[in-house]
Design a protein around this ligand. Sequence first.
Ligand SMILES: *[C@@H]1O[C@H](CO)[C@@H](O)[C@H](O)[C@H]1NC(C)=O
Length: 381
Amino acid sequence: MGRSATFSKLFCASILIAFSAAETSFSLGSQDLDILVGETKVINLQVTDLTQRVNASVQTRHSGILELNPKSIIINPPANDIYPIEVTSIEAGYTTILLSIDPAIADVYDAFIRVTSLHSIELYHFSEVIGWIYFVAWSVSFYPQIYENWKRKSVVGLNFDFLALNIIGFTMYSIFNCGLFWIPSIQDEYFEKNPTGMIPVLTQDIFFGLHAMFATVVTITQCFFYERANQRVSWTARGIILVFALFLLISTIVAAATDKLTWLDILYFCSYVKLAITLIKYIPQAYMNYKRKSTVGWSIGNIFLDFTGGALSMMQMMVNAHNYNDWQSIFGDPTKFGLGLFSVVFDIFFIFQHYVLYRQSRKDVAADPEKPEKTGKDEIL
Ligand SMILES: *[C@@H]1O[C@H](CO)[C@@H](O)[C@H](O)[C@H]1NC(C)=O
Protein backbone atom coordinates (compact mmCIF):
# COMPACT_ATOMS: atom_id res chain seq x y z
CA MET A 1 0.00 0.00 0.00
CA GLY A 2 0.98 3.64 -0.49
CA ARG A 3 2.05 4.25 3.05
CA SER A 4 4.28 1.26 3.43
CA ALA A 5 5.95 2.01 0.08
CA THR A 6 6.83 5.47 1.34
CA PHE A 7 7.98 3.89 4.53
CA SER A 8 10.35 1.46 2.84
CA LYS A 9 11.72 4.28 0.66
CA LEU A 10 12.45 6.21 3.81
CA PHE A 11 14.02 3.11 5.27
CA CYS A 12 16.34 2.61 2.24
CA ALA A 13 17.16 6.30 2.32
CA SER A 14 18.17 6.10 5.96
CA ILE A 15 20.38 3.07 5.30
CA LEU A 16 22.12 5.04 2.53
CA ILE A 17 22.54 7.95 4.90
CA ALA A 18 23.95 5.66 7.58
CA PHE A 19 26.61 4.42 5.19
CA SER A 20 27.60 7.81 3.82
CA ALA A 21 30.22 9.03 6.26
CA ALA A 22 30.15 12.12 8.46
CA GLU A 23 26.41 12.62 8.66
CA THR A 24 25.29 14.99 11.37
CA SER A 25 23.16 13.27 14.01
CA PHE A 26 21.45 14.16 17.25
CA SER A 27 20.38 11.74 19.95
CA LEU A 28 18.94 11.95 23.43
CA GLY A 29 20.16 8.52 24.49
CA SER A 30 17.64 6.07 25.96
CA GLN A 31 13.99 6.52 25.06
CA ASP A 32 12.43 5.99 28.49
CA LEU A 33 12.94 7.83 31.74
CA ASP A 34 11.25 7.26 35.09
CA ILE A 35 11.58 10.06 37.60
CA LEU A 36 10.12 10.81 41.03
CA VAL A 37 8.41 14.11 41.73
CA GLY A 38 11.05 16.49 43.12
CA GLU A 39 13.93 14.48 41.67
CA THR A 40 16.43 15.78 39.11
CA LYS A 41 18.04 13.56 36.50
CA VAL A 42 20.44 14.34 33.70
CA ILE A 43 19.86 13.41 30.07
CA ASN A 44 22.54 13.74 27.43
CA LEU A 45 22.15 15.38 24.07
CA GLN A 46 24.72 13.71 21.85
CA VAL A 47 25.84 15.46 18.69
CA THR A 48 28.07 13.91 16.03
CA ASP A 49 29.71 15.41 12.97
CA LEU A 50 28.13 18.80 13.12
CA THR A 51 28.88 20.91 10.05
CA GLN A 52 27.10 24.13 10.84
CA ARG A 53 25.99 26.19 13.82
CA VAL A 54 22.61 25.11 15.23
CA ASN A 55 20.24 26.06 18.01
CA ALA A 56 19.18 22.77 19.64
CA SER A 57 16.19 23.11 21.94
CA VAL A 58 14.22 20.67 24.07
CA GLN A 59 10.61 20.94 25.09
CA THR A 60 7.98 18.75 26.75
CA ARG A 61 4.74 17.78 25.11
CA HIS A 62 2.76 18.62 28.25
CA SER A 63 3.46 21.63 30.39
CA GLY A 64 3.69 21.60 34.18
CA ILE A 65 5.29 18.16 34.61
CA LEU A 66 9.01 18.77 34.02
CA GLU A 67 11.48 21.62 34.11
CA LEU A 68 14.33 21.42 31.63
CA ASN A 69 17.61 23.24 32.06
CA PRO A 70 18.96 24.49 29.73
CA LYS A 71 16.06 24.66 27.31
CA SER A 72 18.23 25.46 24.34
CA ILE A 73 21.89 25.16 23.44
CA ILE A 74 23.77 26.91 20.68
CA ILE A 75 26.26 24.43 19.25
CA ASN A 76 29.12 25.42 16.99
CA PRO A 77 30.89 23.06 14.56
CA PRO A 78 32.94 21.00 14.61
CA ALA A 79 31.20 19.11 17.39
CA ASN A 80 31.34 15.49 18.53
CA ASP A 81 30.12 16.05 21.97
CA ILE A 82 27.67 15.41 24.76
CA TYR A 83 25.60 18.21 26.24
CA PRO A 84 23.94 17.42 29.58
CA ILE A 85 20.41 18.66 30.24
CA GLU A 86 18.88 18.61 33.72
CA VAL A 87 15.36 17.26 34.00
CA THR A 88 13.48 18.11 37.19
CA SER A 89 10.08 16.64 37.91
CA ILE A 90 7.60 19.11 39.38
CA GLU A 91 4.41 17.07 39.04
CA ALA A 92 3.40 13.44 38.37
CA GLY A 93 2.31 12.55 34.87
CA TYR A 94 3.28 11.15 31.49
CA THR A 95 4.98 13.29 28.91
CA THR A 96 7.59 13.25 26.16
CA ILE A 97 10.73 15.34 25.79
CA LEU A 98 11.19 16.34 22.17
CA LEU A 99 14.27 17.77 20.49
CA SER A 100 14.16 20.32 17.72
CA ILE A 101 17.02 21.96 15.89
CA ASP A 102 17.17 25.20 14.01
CA PRO A 103 18.04 25.20 11.14
CA ALA A 104 16.66 21.70 10.50
CA ILE A 105 19.83 20.16 9.11
CA ALA A 106 19.24 16.62 10.39
CA ASP A 107 16.44 14.20 11.10
CA VAL A 108 15.50 14.26 14.80
CA TYR A 109 12.67 11.75 14.39
CA ASP A 110 14.25 9.40 16.95
CA ALA A 111 15.40 12.04 19.40
CA PHE A 112 12.69 11.85 22.05
CA ILE A 113 12.35 10.51 25.58
CA ARG A 114 9.14 9.17 27.08
CA VAL A 115 9.01 10.32 30.68
CA THR A 116 6.97 8.82 33.48
CA SER A 117 6.95 11.10 36.47
CA LEU A 118 5.60 9.31 39.53
CA HIS A 119 4.79 10.14 43.11
CA SER A 120 6.16 7.01 44.73
CA ILE A 121 8.35 4.04 43.87
CA GLU A 122 6.56 1.97 46.56
CA LEU A 123 3.23 2.49 44.81
CA TYR A 124 4.89 1.46 41.56
CA HIS A 125 5.93 -1.89 43.07
CA PHE A 126 2.59 -2.29 44.82
CA SER A 127 0.88 -1.84 41.47
CA GLU A 128 3.13 -4.48 39.91
CA VAL A 129 2.25 -6.97 42.65
CA ILE A 130 -1.48 -6.28 42.19
CA GLY A 131 -0.96 -6.86 38.47
CA TRP A 132 0.53 -10.30 39.03
CA ILE A 133 -2.16 -11.33 41.50
CA TYR A 134 -5.03 -10.45 39.17
CA PHE A 135 -3.25 -12.09 36.27
CA VAL A 136 -3.09 -15.32 38.29
CA ALA A 137 -6.68 -14.97 39.59
CA TRP A 138 -8.07 -14.46 36.09
CA SER A 139 -5.97 -17.26 34.60
CA VAL A 140 -6.97 -19.76 37.29
CA SER A 141 -10.63 -18.69 37.13
CA PHE A 142 -11.33 -21.10 34.25
CA TYR A 143 -10.52 -24.23 36.20
CA PRO A 144 -13.25 -24.43 38.85
CA GLN A 145 -15.81 -24.72 36.04
CA ILE A 146 -13.78 -27.38 34.24
CA TYR A 147 -13.44 -29.28 37.53
CA GLU A 148 -17.13 -29.00 38.30
CA ASN A 149 -18.08 -30.34 34.84
CA TRP A 150 -15.67 -33.22 35.28
CA LYS A 151 -16.93 -34.03 38.78
CA ARG A 152 -20.60 -34.02 37.70
CA LYS A 153 -19.87 -35.58 34.30
CA SER A 154 -22.41 -33.04 33.18
CA VAL A 155 -22.50 -29.52 31.74
CA VAL A 156 -26.19 -29.05 32.47
CA GLY A 157 -26.50 -25.57 33.93
CA LEU A 158 -23.53 -24.09 32.08
CA ASN A 159 -24.75 -21.77 29.36
CA PHE A 160 -23.53 -22.54 25.85
CA ASP A 161 -24.05 -18.97 24.60
CA PHE A 162 -21.58 -17.87 27.26
CA LEU A 163 -19.02 -20.38 26.00
CA ALA A 164 -19.56 -19.47 22.35
CA LEU A 165 -19.18 -15.75 23.07
CA ASN A 166 -16.17 -16.43 25.29
CA ILE A 167 -14.20 -18.36 22.69
CA ILE A 168 -14.87 -15.70 20.04
CA GLY A 169 -13.95 -12.96 22.53
CA PHE A 170 -10.64 -14.49 23.61
CA THR A 171 -9.75 -15.32 20.01
CA MET A 172 -10.28 -11.68 18.99
CA TYR A 173 -8.29 -10.53 22.01
CA SER A 174 -5.40 -12.84 21.11
CA ILE A 175 -5.43 -11.73 17.47
CA PHE A 176 -5.13 -8.13 18.67
CA ASN A 177 -2.31 -8.96 21.12
CA CYS A 178 -0.28 -11.22 18.85
CA GLY A 179 -0.62 -8.89 15.85
CA LEU A 180 0.66 -5.89 17.77
CA PHE A 181 3.32 -7.87 19.57
CA TRP A 182 4.81 -9.92 16.73
CA ILE A 183 4.03 -8.44 13.31
CA PRO A 184 6.59 -5.76 12.38
CA SER A 185 4.53 -4.18 9.59
CA ILE A 186 1.65 -3.64 12.05
CA GLN A 187 4.05 -2.19 14.60
CA ASP A 188 5.26 0.19 11.88
CA GLU A 189 1.65 1.30 11.35
CA TYR A 190 1.30 1.79 15.09
CA PHE A 191 4.44 3.95 15.35
CA GLU A 192 3.42 5.92 12.29
CA LYS A 193 0.23 6.84 14.15
CA ASN A 194 1.92 7.23 17.57
CA PRO A 195 5.56 8.15 16.84
CA THR A 196 6.56 8.37 20.51
CA GLY A 197 4.15 5.71 21.78
CA MET A 198 4.72 2.25 23.21
CA ILE A 199 3.16 -0.97 21.95
CA PRO A 200 0.25 -1.42 24.38
CA VAL A 201 0.64 -5.21 24.74
CA LEU A 202 2.62 -6.98 27.45
CA THR A 203 3.87 -10.57 27.53
CA GLN A 204 1.30 -11.31 30.26
CA ASP A 205 -1.50 -10.17 27.94
CA ILE A 206 -0.33 -12.61 25.26
CA PHE A 207 -0.16 -15.47 27.74
CA PHE A 208 -3.47 -14.61 29.36
CA GLY A 209 -5.33 -14.47 26.02
CA LEU A 210 -3.89 -17.68 24.57
CA HIS A 211 -4.36 -19.58 27.82
CA ALA A 212 -7.95 -18.32 28.09
CA MET A 213 -8.59 -19.65 24.57
CA PHE A 214 -7.11 -23.00 25.54
CA ALA A 215 -9.16 -23.28 28.75
CA THR A 216 -12.36 -22.31 26.91
CA VAL A 217 -11.68 -24.94 24.24
CA VAL A 218 -11.24 -27.53 27.02
CA THR A 219 -14.60 -26.49 28.50
CA ILE A 220 -16.29 -26.64 25.09
CA THR A 221 -14.81 -30.10 24.50
CA GLN A 222 -16.35 -31.23 27.79
CA CYS A 223 -19.74 -30.20 26.40
CA PHE A 224 -19.39 -32.80 23.65
CA PHE A 225 -18.70 -35.65 26.05
CA TYR A 226 -20.69 -34.97 29.20
CA GLU A 227 -24.43 -34.94 29.80
CA ARG A 228 -25.86 -31.75 28.39
CA ALA A 229 -29.63 -32.39 28.11
CA ASN A 230 -30.92 -30.36 25.19
CA GLN A 231 -28.71 -27.32 25.71
CA ARG A 232 -27.43 -25.61 22.59
CA VAL A 233 -26.16 -22.24 21.42
CA SER A 234 -29.25 -20.05 20.98
CA TRP A 235 -30.22 -18.45 17.67
CA THR A 236 -29.82 -15.04 19.29
CA ALA A 237 -26.17 -15.76 20.10
CA ARG A 238 -25.55 -17.22 16.63
CA GLY A 239 -27.07 -14.06 15.10
CA ILE A 240 -24.83 -11.80 17.20
CA ILE A 241 -21.73 -13.83 16.28
CA LEU A 242 -22.73 -13.67 12.59
CA VAL A 243 -22.97 -9.86 12.80
CA PHE A 244 -19.47 -9.68 14.35
CA ALA A 245 -18.11 -12.05 11.69
CA LEU A 246 -19.62 -10.04 8.82
CA PHE A 247 -18.31 -6.80 10.28
CA LEU A 248 -14.76 -8.18 10.50
CA LEU A 249 -14.96 -9.93 7.13
CA ILE A 250 -16.08 -6.76 5.32
CA SER A 251 -13.43 -4.64 7.08
CA THR A 252 -10.76 -7.18 6.16
CA ILE A 253 -11.81 -7.09 2.50
CA VAL A 254 -11.77 -3.29 2.57
CA ALA A 255 -8.29 -3.33 4.15
CA ALA A 256 -6.97 -5.82 1.60
CA ALA A 257 -8.46 -4.13 -1.45
CA THR A 258 -8.09 -0.43 -0.63
CA ASP A 259 -5.95 1.72 1.63
CA LYS A 260 -8.97 3.15 3.45
CA LEU A 261 -8.27 0.81 6.39
CA THR A 262 -4.92 -0.39 7.71
CA TRP A 263 -4.29 -3.80 9.28
CA LEU A 264 -3.86 -1.93 12.53
CA ASP A 265 -7.45 -0.71 12.18
CA ILE A 266 -8.58 -4.32 11.71
CA LEU A 267 -6.80 -5.33 14.91
CA TYR A 268 -8.55 -2.53 16.76
CA PHE A 269 -11.89 -3.70 15.33
CA CYS A 270 -11.09 -7.16 16.78
CA SER A 271 -10.51 -5.56 20.16
CA TYR A 272 -13.86 -3.70 19.91
CA VAL A 273 -15.60 -7.02 19.22
CA LYS A 274 -13.91 -8.39 22.34
CA LEU A 275 -15.15 -5.39 24.36
CA ALA A 276 -18.71 -5.85 23.08
CA ILE A 277 -18.56 -9.54 24.00
CA THR A 278 -17.34 -8.74 27.51
CA LEU A 279 -20.38 -6.53 27.92
CA ILE A 280 -22.93 -9.18 26.92
CA LYS A 281 -21.41 -12.58 27.65
CA TYR A 282 -22.80 -13.04 31.17
CA ILE A 283 -26.36 -12.08 30.29
CA PRO A 284 -27.43 -15.51 28.92
CA GLN A 285 -26.00 -17.32 31.97
CA ALA A 286 -27.74 -14.98 34.41
CA TYR A 287 -31.02 -15.39 32.52
CA MET A 288 -30.63 -19.16 32.43
CA ASN A 289 -30.05 -19.29 36.20
CA TYR A 290 -33.19 -17.21 36.59
CA LYS A 291 -35.27 -19.53 34.41
CA ARG A 292 -33.97 -22.65 36.17
CA LYS A 293 -34.23 -20.96 39.57
CA SER A 294 -30.86 -22.62 40.16
CA THR A 295 -27.14 -22.05 39.81
CA VAL A 296 -26.28 -25.76 39.92
CA GLY A 297 -23.75 -26.47 37.18
CA TRP A 298 -22.43 -22.88 37.10
CA SER A 299 -19.24 -22.73 39.13
CA ILE A 300 -19.19 -20.13 41.89
CA GLY A 301 -15.39 -20.60 42.22
CA ASN A 302 -15.03 -19.17 38.74
CA ILE A 303 -17.09 -16.17 39.83
CA PHE A 304 -15.06 -15.53 42.99
CA LEU A 305 -11.79 -15.61 41.04
CA ASP A 306 -13.26 -13.39 38.31
CA PHE A 307 -14.43 -10.98 41.00
CA THR A 308 -10.96 -10.95 42.61
CA GLY A 309 -9.34 -10.28 39.24
CA GLY A 310 -11.78 -7.53 38.28
CA ALA A 311 -11.61 -5.78 41.65
CA LEU A 312 -7.78 -5.86 41.71
CA SER A 313 -7.55 -4.63 38.13
CA MET A 314 -9.71 -1.61 39.03
CA MET A 315 -7.64 -1.08 42.15
CA GLN A 316 -4.46 -1.10 40.08
CA MET A 317 -5.92 1.48 37.71
CA MET A 318 -6.69 3.76 40.66
CA VAL A 319 -3.25 3.29 42.22
CA ASN A 320 -1.64 4.11 38.86
CA ALA A 321 -3.98 7.04 38.29
CA HIS A 322 -2.82 8.50 41.59
CA ASN A 323 0.84 7.64 41.09
CA TYR A 324 0.98 9.08 37.55
CA ASN A 325 -1.59 11.80 38.18
CA ASP A 326 -3.55 10.38 35.27
CA TRP A 327 -7.23 10.25 36.24
CA GLN A 328 -7.99 11.11 32.65
CA SER A 329 -7.46 7.50 31.56
CA ILE A 330 -10.02 6.26 34.09
CA PHE A 331 -12.71 8.90 33.83
CA GLY A 332 -11.84 10.40 30.45
CA ASP A 333 -11.64 7.07 28.65
CA PRO A 334 -13.81 4.75 30.70
CA THR A 335 -13.47 1.63 28.52
CA LYS A 336 -11.11 -0.43 30.63
CA PHE A 337 -12.34 0.70 34.00
CA GLY A 338 -15.96 0.41 32.88
CA LEU A 339 -15.41 -3.15 31.71
CA GLY A 340 -13.80 -4.14 35.02
CA LEU A 341 -16.67 -2.54 36.90
CA PHE A 342 -19.23 -4.24 34.69
CA SER A 343 -17.76 -7.73 35.26
CA VAL A 344 -17.56 -7.16 38.99
CA VAL A 345 -21.19 -6.07 39.11
CA PHE A 346 -22.18 -9.22 37.21
CA ASP A 347 -20.10 -11.36 39.57
CA ILE A 348 -21.90 -9.84 42.56
CA PHE A 349 -25.19 -10.61 40.88
CA PHE A 350 -24.14 -14.26 40.38
CA ILE A 351 -23.03 -14.50 44.02
CA PHE A 352 -26.46 -13.17 45.00
CA GLN A 353 -28.19 -15.73 42.76
CA HIS A 354 -26.04 -18.53 44.18
CA TYR A 355 -26.19 -17.78 47.91
CA VAL A 356 -29.51 -15.99 48.27
CA LEU A 357 -32.02 -16.39 45.47
CA TYR A 358 -31.50 -20.03 44.53
CA ARG A 359 -29.76 -21.53 47.52
CA GLN A 360 -32.63 -23.95 48.02
CA SER A 361 -31.96 -25.56 44.63
CA ARG A 362 -28.44 -26.53 45.69
CA LYS A 363 -29.75 -28.14 48.87
CA ASP A 364 -32.28 -30.15 46.86
CA VAL A 365 -29.54 -31.55 44.64
CA ALA A 366 -27.29 -32.28 47.62
CA ALA A 367 -30.09 -34.03 49.53
CA ASP A 368 -31.19 -36.13 46.58
CA PRO A 369 -28.55 -36.53 43.92
CA GLU A 370 -30.74 -39.00 42.05
CA LYS A 371 -33.45 -36.47 41.49
CA PRO A 372 -33.20 -35.23 37.93
CA GLU A 373 -32.60 -31.50 37.76
CA LYS A 374 -35.39 -29.76 35.99
CA THR A 375 -32.84 -27.88 33.93
CA GLY A 376 -32.71 -30.09 30.89
CA LYS A 377 -36.18 -29.27 29.70
CA ASP A 378 -35.70 -25.54 29.72
CA GLU A 379 -35.36 -23.73 26.49
CA ILE A 380 -32.45 -21.32 26.62
CA LEU A 381 -33.29 -17.81 25.47
C1 LIG B 1 16.98 28.84 20.33
O1 LIG B 1 15.65 28.30 20.21
C2 LIG B 1 14.81 28.55 21.33
C3 LIG B 1 13.53 27.81 21.09
O2 LIG B 1 13.06 27.94 19.79
C4 LIG B 1 14.62 30.05 21.51
O3 LIG B 1 13.79 30.25 22.65
C5 LIG B 1 15.95 30.69 21.72
O4 LIG B 1 15.81 32.05 21.82
C6 LIG B 1 16.90 30.35 20.56
N1 LIG B 1 18.21 30.87 20.88
C7 LIG B 1 18.87 31.70 20.05
C8 LIG B 1 20.18 32.19 20.54
O5 LIG B 1 18.41 32.03 18.99
